[in-house]
Design a protein around this ligand. Structure first.
Ligand SMILES: Cc1cc2nc3c(=O)[nH]c(=O)nc-3n(C[C@H](O)[C@H](O)[C@H](O)COP(=O)(O)OP(=O)(O)OC[C@H]3O[C@@H](n4cnc5c(N)ncnc54)[C@H](O)[C@@H]3O)c2cc1C
Ligand code: FES
Ligand code: FES
Length: 492
């Protein structure tokens, strides 16, 4: 079906919602509560931290006959990005004769709720978990809840409720058969629209009276064409940075382009040497790809935000945002990742460690964007280690995150790459530490070598999350423990 301008269409419990006349920055949470009066979904922080607003977002799966769901923080997802998708809120769980979902029943019987403010978000995180995981372990359950804060009940009864509901799996999965044909009906066309003059036409999902637009193309050709015509466009990937800027800094970009429908950008391909991770591949999917080859990288990603953040957030968004404490960049730099940058028909590859030219400044030109991240696979003898230090284990921002890669041959280290965040205005490699390690056997490296390298590289500065003394000490200790594993236990 062709796209209708100024109408966001999504499927909600067996019918199509047509949201008309909404702003391009209206959040899903505001629309659910204020227009649909689905007030079960709560607003706590409005910045993706508390999980009170978690809902499930579905898309047709690869076969086109079923729906894949992810949990999302509806407070930071922009409504127009839902065009062509489906939504489940806590109200969706109500049975035809009014009965509760088994997870809700168990929350009642296990005393998993007190004031109840967090409860709809917790229930939706758990219901999302059981859509794909029939027998979740305790670790699966606590991981699924790592983005849901409860200030009064305590997590023990909530985890017990999840375990008790999963002991009898009947009725855990949602009956969404009625949604499938509707999703097929509103699916966005995979073919670009071409005008009589042969020019591509990218129809906006939302266009304001001033001519500002929210567009949501389905092909790479449309993305390139629109960006050449409108270089000032703000790209929208997982919305876990941009959604915050909209809510907290009242940022209102003129044109927003959502990349989530572009199949080419959602694809991971591989050669024997490397993975090519499309710019819209979610961090959850990246984590699954890397887990076996780079377990430390996967662990850094597991501690990146929470499942609702990782289900939409992307490497490209993390990299383009360029925060000094961005977590994926140290691992990617240490592993020698490169970026495929595209502008129109032209692409170029830029090593990630040459991408930044200042704080939040990079080499991308107007109309250029990140098409993919190319990540080399492990080579024989390569050791890769990484660790994120933060005050909380999950759902917290780094004090520092450090990654080291080297090849060990005849007891000596070579091809050493060390990268970190939190010590400089942008994530970076540390050539002085690399030289202190290169060609040495691990036990020849002394703490003072690394201290000297840190002192020679960085300008000491205290930050909000840690003092300089703490960050530099942690850096030295982690680098040492990565090359001298016997130290790890004594340092932990
Ligand atoms: C609760 C919470 C927890 C978080 N935890 C962490 C954490 O643990 N570690 C961490 O590092 N970060 C964290 N973040 C920050 C954020 O999740 C990450 O930076 C994330 O990777 C951003 O990706 P995104 O796809 O959501 O980007 P978006 O918000 O969609 O976009 C971010 C920026 O990137 C640009 N952009 C997006 N895609 C492209 C592209 N293909 N080409 C060029 N530019 C592009 C956008 O225009 C925008 O400027 C957290 C955020 C929240 C809200
Ligand atoms: S309201 Fe707190 S995560 Fe959305
Ligand atoms: S029950 Fe009150 S915040 Fe969780």
């Amino acid at each position: 079906m062709s796209q209708v301008t100024n109408t966001v269409r999504f499927v909600l419990d067996g019918h199509i919602v047509e949201a008309q006349g909404e702003r391009r920055t209206t959040t899903l949470l505001d629309y659910l509560r204020e227009q649909l009066h689905r007030t079960g979904t709560k607003e706590g922080c409005a910045e993706g931290d508390c999980g009170a607003c978690v809902v499930m977002v579905g898309e047709l799966n690869a076969s086109g006959k079923g729906i894949d769901y992810v949990p999302v923080n509806s407070c930071i997802q922009l409504l127009p990005s839902l065009d062509g998708k489906s939504v489940k809120t806590v109200e969706s769980l109500k049975g035809t004769d009014g009965q509760l979902h088994p997870i809700q029943e168990a929350m009642v019987s296990c005393h998993g709720s007190q004031c109840g403010f967090c409860t709809p978000g917790i229930v939706m995180s758990l219901v999302n978990l059981v859509q794909t995981n029939d027998k979740p372990t305790r670790a699966d359950i606590t991981n699924s809840l790592s983005g849901n804060l409860c200030r009064c009940t305590g997590y023990q009864p909530i985890v017990k409720a999840a375990q008790s509901a999963c002991a009898q799996p009947a009725g855990l999965k949602l009956d969404d058969a009625a949604d499938v044909p509707l999703l097929q009906q509103i699916a966005r066309s995979a073919k670009p629209t071409v005008g009589l003059d042969g020019q591509l036409i990218v129809q906006p999902v939302v266009r304001t009276r001033k001519g500002n637009e929210f567009v949501s193309p389905a092909t790479l050709a449309e993305v390139c064409d629109y960006l050449i015509k409108h270089p000032e466009t703000t790209l929208l990937a997982g919305s876990t940075e941009l959604g915050l800027q909209v809510n907290k800094q009242f940022v209102r970009p003129e044109h927003i382009m959502y990349l989530g429908h572009v199949r080419e950008l959602r694809t991971t391909t591989q050669t024997p040497q490397a993975w090519r991770l499309g710019a819209m591949v979610s961090l959850e999917a990246v984590m699954a790809t890397l887990r076996e080859a780079y377990p430390d990288f996967a662990e850094v990603l597991r501690r990146f935000g929470s499942p609702p953040i990782r289900s939409t957030a992307t490497l490209a968004g993390n990299i383009a945002n360029g925060s000094p404490i961005g977590d994926s960049m140290p691992c990617l730099m240490a592993l020698g990742a490169t970026l495929v940058l595209r502008k129109g028909e032209r692409t170029r590859e830029v090593p990630l460690d040459e991408f930044y030219v200042g704080q939040k400044k990079n080499v991308m030109q107007p109309s250029e964007f990140i098409e993919a991240v190319v990540l080399p696979k492990p080579k024989a003898g390569q050791v890769f280690r990484a660790h994120k230090v933060s005050k909380r284990f999950e759902q917290d921002i780094s004090a520092t995150c450090i990654a080291v890669s080297y090849t060990l041959k005849d007891g000596r280290m070579s091809s050493v790459r060390v990268a970190l965040n939190g010590l400089a205005p942008w994530p970076c490699r540390v050539p002085h530490i690399e030289s202190a390690l290169e060609g040495r056997s691990p036990d020849q490296v002394l703490a003072s070598h690394i201290d000297d390298a840190i002192a020679a590289t960085f300008k000491p500065r205290d930050g909000l999350r840690a003092t300089w003394a703490y960050r530099s000490l942690v850096t030295r200790n982690l680098v040492l423990s990565f090359i001298q594993p016997h130290l790890e236990e004594s340092l932990s």
